[in-house]
Design a protein around this ligand. Structure first.
Ligand code: HAM
Length: 419
């Protein structure tokens, strides 16, 4: 029978890697909560129109990367990101009522049919935040600062850079787009086929093309920052000022464009040079027109998403973590000792310790081998000799020291040793 294998770009995550996932997910979530964010759980499947209208028909994601299929005559897609979906939920659940700033975070798998490579998968995990109902530049600085501080908290700040840009708004971007099209049209013959098409559909994306020829043409292209209207310009100046007040280091990257169409004004990416071509570990921006374009009220918003697969990759490289073994291995050999063993197991587990015992009640020698395999710190031996004195032998498996402890004292003894 042919060996069953996983789907291309999808992967199994297990073993030591899981420790990094838990650490990252737990730290980031508790950090988000300390900023006042509430969790939002979104569906994995949405009507395709949510993404077409939300992310934009001519983006790479919508044009060629979604896993889309028909369900009862309706086109549905596995979510490629969380923002459009959260805006749909915000409108559908009337969350603008009562008015006031809303702060949500979400965590989960996203799906994009991209070419798999280091740090780029077809199923990947994002943890993201979205804030609605404020267009204050201080909020932009806080959100950019939050992304930076997450990296700091995880010990990654020396390996990442925050890049920011303003990508204008519907008032100033059209003139920029016109000039960009003029510029690239004069180099049309040298552009790659994708960019020739982008010239018609989404000229800003040419700035992001990875093909060498296009990159060198893009070097001399006009930059959006020279085209910003007064409103965008003042906003961007304030964001930079507040970031400096918050001591958040950043670089301005006037060529940064984002791969999703909903952004206006502030855009940012936390990049690293440690992951090859997959350089952004987190990215986001402001999307003031998105809720309205999906049929809701005119509502400003800003957010970002962190790529957890990439964060874990960085953590593994930089911050090797030891696998936490079992705290206590309790050894019983017959039904009498098992009764004591089960009591200790229950009590110690309830107090948060990792506790194991042997289901086959094997010989002491074999149980010590099993305790070793689980990397246990202590063994509690409930042998008949010890029990006849109402005692257990507690052995420190690192030093080899052993003590006889009254049964009634075993739990306290272990607690004192382990805490
Ligand atoms: P994005 O830039 O498409 O933005 O993705 C955010 C992050 O997800 C990236 O920086 C990267 O770390 C990770 N990521 C994206 N694609 C992959 C992949 N194929 N494999 C592994 N990691 C990946 C968004 O998704 C926006 N929704 C962010 C946002 C939230 N903007 C405003 N609010």
């Amino acid at each position: 029978m042919a060996l069953l294998q996983k789907v291309k770009g999808f992967r199994d995550i297990f073993g030591e890697d899981i420790n990094y996932w838990h650490m990252a997910e737990e730290k980031i979530q508790s950090f988000f909560r300390s900023y006042g964010f509430k969790e939002f759980r979104l569906p994995v499947l949405e009507k395709t129109s949510v993404y077409k209208r939300g992310i934009g028909e001519t983006t790479d994601i919508v044009e060629k990367e979604m896993f889309t299929f028909t369900d009862s005559d309706e086109m549905v897609s596995l979510r490629p990101e969380g923002t459009a979906s959260l805006m749909r939920a915000y409108i559908e659940n009337n969350l603008h009522n009562p008015p006031g700033i809303k702060k949500y975070y979400y965590l989960g798998n996203m799906f994009r049919r991209e070419r798999p490579q280091k740090g780029r998968f077809r199923q990947f995990s994002q943890i993201g935040v979205e804030v609605l109902e404020s267009d204050a530049p201080l909020l932009d600085a806080e959100i950019i600062g939050l992304l930076y501080n997450v990296a700091f908290e995880l010990g990654l700040s020396d390996y990442v850079n925050m890049e920011i840009n303003s990508i204008g708004c519907p008032t100033c971007r059209p003139k920029y787009k016109d000039d960009l099209v003029k510029y690239f049209s004069s180099h049309k013959d040298d552009l790659c086929d994708d960019c020739k098409r982008r010239l018609e559909t989404n000229p800003l994306r040419i700035l992001d093309c990875k093909v060498e020829k296009c990159k060198s043409i893009a070097k001399d292209a006009p930059v959006i920052l020279s085209y910003l209207c007064d409103d965008c310009n003042t906003h961007f100046e304030s964001v930079k000022e507040y970031l400096s007040m918050m001591n958040i280091p950043f670089n301005i990257n006037p060529k940064m464009v984002r791969g999703l169409d909903y952004y206006v004004k502030t855009a940012f990416e936390l990049v690293t040079d440690r992951l090859g071509a997959a350089s952004a570990v987190g990215a986001g921006g402001r999307y003031d027109g998105l809720v309205k374009s999906l049929g809701g009220k005119d509502t400003p918003g800003i957010g970002f998403a962190i790529g957890l697969d990439r964060i874990v990759e960085l953590l593994k490289d930089i911050n090797p973590m030891e696998d936490k073994g079992t705290d206590v291995f309790i050894m019983a050999f017959d039904n009498e000792s098992l009764a004591h063993c089960l009591k200790f197991v229950k009590e110690l587990r309830a107090q948060g310790f990792i506790v194991e015992y042997d289901y086959s009640l094997a010989s002491m020698k074999s149980q010590f081998k099993k305790a070793d395999k689980t990397n246990a710190s202590y063994a509690v031996v409930l042998g008949s000799n010890e029990l006849s004195e109402n005692k257990a032998a507690v052995k420190d498996l690192v030093t080899g020291e052993q003590e006889l402890v009254q049964l009634s004292e075993v739990i306290n003894y272990i607690k004192n040793k382990l805490i």
